[in-house]
Design a protein around this ligand. Structure first.
Ligand SMILES: *[C@@H]1O[C@H](CO)[C@@H](O)[C@H](O)[C@H]1NC(C)=O
Ligand SMILES: *[C@@H]1O[C@H](CO)[C@@H](O)[C@H](O)[C@H]1NC(C)=O
Ligand SMILES: *[C@@H]1O[C@H](CO)[C@@H](O)[C@H](O)[C@H]1NC(C)=O
Ligand SMILES: *[C@@H]1O[C@H](CO)[C@@H](O)[C@H](O)[C@H]1NC(C)=O
Ligand SMILES: *[C@@H]1O[C@H](CO)[C@@H](O)[C@H](O)[C@H]1NC(C)=O
Ligand SMILES: *[C@@H]1O[C@H](CO)[C@@H](O)[C@H](O)[C@H]1NC(C)=O
Ligand SMILES: *[C@@H]1O[C@H](CO)[C@@H](O)[C@H](O)[C@H]1NC(C)=O
Ligand SMILES: *[C@@H]1O[C@H](CO)[C@@H](O)[C@H](O)[C@H]1NC(C)=O
Length: 691
């Protein structure tokens, strides 16, 4: 029966992890002796933790079991495993003189001797001295720095105050660290007065003593005061020195920490566990559900190893903890997610919508830009003109920017046919495989749009076999694009001057005469047979193209000017090519058809001589071909400057002379003295036909 009870008790104690299994955990009033303490060596960690449990016989004959430090008379009254504290009954030093009896009761020096390794807790105790003109002092045998004392003064009882220990009748002072055992002293500086026969000094747990004026007379019946000692395990070793827990902290879920007062180490259970960390399996999981009320009322508590789980009821979400989020209805939670989610979705929708609108706007802006260019480039005017002249100019086409972009492979460099101050000419292949030349002007004179369109209208109506045909235009780009028929055989210029190939490729005189006649015819047509006269302004061999059959085509009307019907002269900025430029026009800026005649004269000279129009390689006198030619003609030295590629038989020489005469007429300084293109053409045709 007793055994069963013992087992039950032990089991219960094991759960709290107090004494070593199989050991008694109590001694008299001390009912809680935790391991590493024990009343026998087997039950204690080592002899430091040995407690002797002796029978104490009281003066009145009764006896009681009392726990002591071995070899000491200091009783142990309480042991705390958690705080690593030990409460003992500390002695009181007293110094009394009873004047009436002239009797002394002196225990002015007492020693607190535990013979242990446990220091007095400096935080939990104070030294108190009581009396008038009384000194209390403490001294440590191992720590001389701990020597300290206080003086209490008073001349009458009225000066002292109950519950206050600050110098009047009672003084107190804190205790240094590392005081293991000590001696106390109490002494009066003068003779004791009647109301204060005794002086006392003692160490006492903070809060365990409250001063009363009655204590000046007699410290009542007090034999002792509680003193708190700190304890730690390890023979002055730290956690590191014992490898944290291998020897002392036996339990799983335990950890080692250094002592806070003096050497040694301590053990404690990890959070969520409780029990005795010094015992194997001493640290047991705390069933938090049974001990504390951690969960909110709806939640059910589930104890986990080292923790707790509060499960919320169905339809709820949260940690269920009172100190946490508790349990929240799922709907709330859903809403809390749904609202930001909804917001996000809305934002996304707005973003996508915005993007869509942006692209739409951008596209519209692009369309608008195209429209603007179209308008700016005179598209509307052209459209109107086109509808006005239905039938007559049906041949001109308005191309889209996209169409021409595709035709030129996005204006690739490989498609460039030529480049000049006017802009760039690209070769393009339309969707119907028709090869065209696309001219992209560099700049667009916005003020001249109407004129430009008119010119285009006129040019579109020019339907002459010796004029490069304008097929259409594109007005959707910033500068208008002009689309011409593509002439395959290069310029007359290159045929005359680029004699890289053998001389056979040089144009025969007959061919040259034919080309001259064709060009003269084209210019005559432009000057007089179109409804509004057109002055080309830039007649030169580089602007005369040859097709595969060597049919000449006048091209590049980029600088061309229409001459309004009521005006025969037009003041313009001088344009043209140096060397071909009519000197009269360049001086007066008065543009007439005769300027073209002059330029054509230069072309004739070029055909005759195959010489560059301007050459700085020639002597200064000969630098300008036209001038040189005229001077040679005047000096009757034509033959000297003729092209040596032209064989000089009698028939040809005659033609050469006639053409040279014609050329010099065209090159006359005064425009009005020059023949009209019509006449030039007629003369050339006559020359061809007479032979
Ligand atoms: C032990 O406890 C009993 C009853 O509580 C008390 O009368 C006695 O004085 C105590 N003994 C000591 C040494 O504290
Ligand atoms: C307690 O008893 C042991 C022997 O049983 C003895 O050696 C020791 O001195 C005693 N201690 C006290 C304080 O009486
Ligand atoms: C021991 O000390 C603890 C805390 O200081 C206290 O709660 C407990 O009542 C004490 N036990 C005894 C027997 O004095
Ligand atoms: C204290 O008392 C002693 C003996 O009665 C006496 O000799 C001494 O003078 C007194 N001292 C003071 C300061 O009163
Ligand atoms: C202090 O308290 C006691 C009773 O506890 C009382 O007799 C005494 O007069 C008080 N002393 C003072 C100075 O208040
Ligand atoms: C414990 O004490 C030792 C020696 O005093 C020291 O080296 C070590 O760092 C301390 N450990 C901890 C965790 O404070
Ligand atoms: C601690 O462990 C080291 C090796 O890890 C060993 O050398 C040393 O003896 C151990 N110390 C103790 C007190 O167990
Ligand atoms: C002991 O524990 C401390 C901290 O808890 C750690 O820094 C140290 O590495 C441990 N030493 C050993 C030997 O495990």
């Amino acid at each position: 029966m007793v055994m069963v009870m013992m087992v039950c008790l032990t089991a219960a104690n094991v759960a709290w992890g107090q004494p070593k299994p199989g050991c008694s955990g109590s001694c008299g009033n001390l009912t809680n002796i935790p391991y590493p303490f024990g009343t026998s060596l087997e039950c204690s960690f080592d002899e430091t933790f040995l407690i002797s449990c002796n029978d104490t016989t009281y003066q009145n004959g009764g006896h009681h079991k009392q726990a002591y430090f071995p070899n000491s008379f200091i009783p142990i009254t309480n042991i705390s495993l958690r705080d690593h504290e030990l409460r003992v009954s500390g002695p009181i030093a007293r110094d009394c003189y009873y004047a009436d009896d002239e009797e002394y009761d002196r225990h002015a020096n007492v020693v607190m001797q535990t013979n242990s390794k446990f220091p007095v807790s400096s935080k939990r105790n104070v030294l108190v001295a009581i009396g008038c003109e009384a000194i209390g002092a403490i001294e440590s045998p191992i720590n001389y720095d701990a020597l300290a004392g206080c003086l209490s003064l008073c001349s009458q009882v009225e000066e002292v105050k109950n519950g206050t220990c600050s110098g009047a009748g009672c003084c107190q002072i804190s205790i240094a660290d590392g005081v293991i055992d000590y001696s106390l002293m109490a002494e009066n500086l003068f003779n004791h007065s009647d109301f204060n026969p005794c002086d006392y000094s003692f160490v006492v747990e903070v809060g365990a003593y409250s001063f009363s004026s009655l204590d000046l007379v007699d410290l009542q019946k007090r034999e002792s005061f509680p003193v708190v000692l700190d304890w730690a395990v390890g023979n002055y070793q730290s956690c590191e020195q014992v490898n944290n827990s291998s020897t002392a902290c036996q339990s799983t879920h335990s950890e080692c920490y250094n002592s806070t007062n003096g050497p040694g180490y301590r053990c404690k259970c990890l959070e969520g566990f409780q029990g005795n960390p010094y015992l194997v399996d001493g640290c047991q999981d705390i069933n938090e559900c049974e001990i504390w009320n951690l969960c909110v009322s709806q939640a059910t508590c589930h104890n986990n190893v080292g923790g707790v789980e509060c499960r919320c009821p169905k339809g709820h979400i949260g940690d269920g903890l009172i100190s946490g989020k508790g349990c929240i209805l799922k709907d709330d939670k859903y809403l809390r997610f749904a609202i930001p989610m909804g917001f996000c979705l809305c934002l996304l929708a707005v973003l996508i919508g915005g993007l869509w609108i942006y692209w739409g706007l951008k596209r519209r802006r692009f369309m608008k830009l195209k429209e603007k260019f179209f308008r700016q480039n005179g598209g509307l005017l052209l459209q109107q003109q086109l509808s006005d002249h239905k039938g007559s100019i049906e041949m001109i086409k308005i191309f889209t920017a996209e169409e021409l972009k595709r035709a030129t492979k996005n204006y690739d460099e490989s498609m460039v046919l030529g480049q000049g101050s006017f802009g760039t000419v690209y070769k393009g292949t339309l969707l119907d495989n028709k090869v065209v030349a696309i001219k992209k002007s560099k700049v667009c004179d916005k003020n001249q749009i109407e004129t430009f369109i008119n010119e285009m209208i006129v040019l579109s109506r020019v339907n002459h076999r010796n004029v490069v045909k304008l097929l259409g235009c594109c007005l959707e780009t910033e500068v208008p694009l002009l689309v011409y028929e593509f002439i395959t055989n290069g310029t007359l210029y290159s045929h005359i001057h680029d004699r890289t190939q053998d001389s056979c490729s040089a144009l025969s005189w007959k061919m040259r005469l034919k080309i001259a006649t064709e060009i003269a015819g084209a210019l005559a047509y432009l000057h007089s047979e179109t409804c509004i006269p057109i002055i080309h302004r830039d007649v030169k061999t580089a602007n005369i193209l040859l097709d595969e059959d060597y049919i000449a085509k006048m091209s590049d009307f980029g600088t061309s000017r229409l001459i309004p019907v009521d005006e025969t002269q037009l003041t313009t900025l001088v344009r043209g090519t140096f060397g071909y430029l009519d000197p009269e026009y360049s001086q007066s800026s008065q543009l007439t058809e005769k300027s073209d005649v002059y330029s054509f004269g230069v072309v004739l000279v070029e055909l005759l001589t195959a010489k560059q129009v301007i050459s700085f390689a020639r002597p200064e006198r000969e630098r300008n071909l036209a001038m040189y030619f005229v001077s040679q003609m005047n000096a009757d030295r034509l033959l000297e400057i003729l092209d040596d590629q032209v064989p000089l038989n009698e028939e040809i020489i005659e033609q050469l002379r006639e053409v040279a005469d014609l050329a010099s007429k065209c090159l006359r300084m005064r425009g009005e003295e020059r023949p009209a293109m019509k006449d030039v053409t007629a003369e050339l045709e006559r020359i061809i036909n007479t032979n």
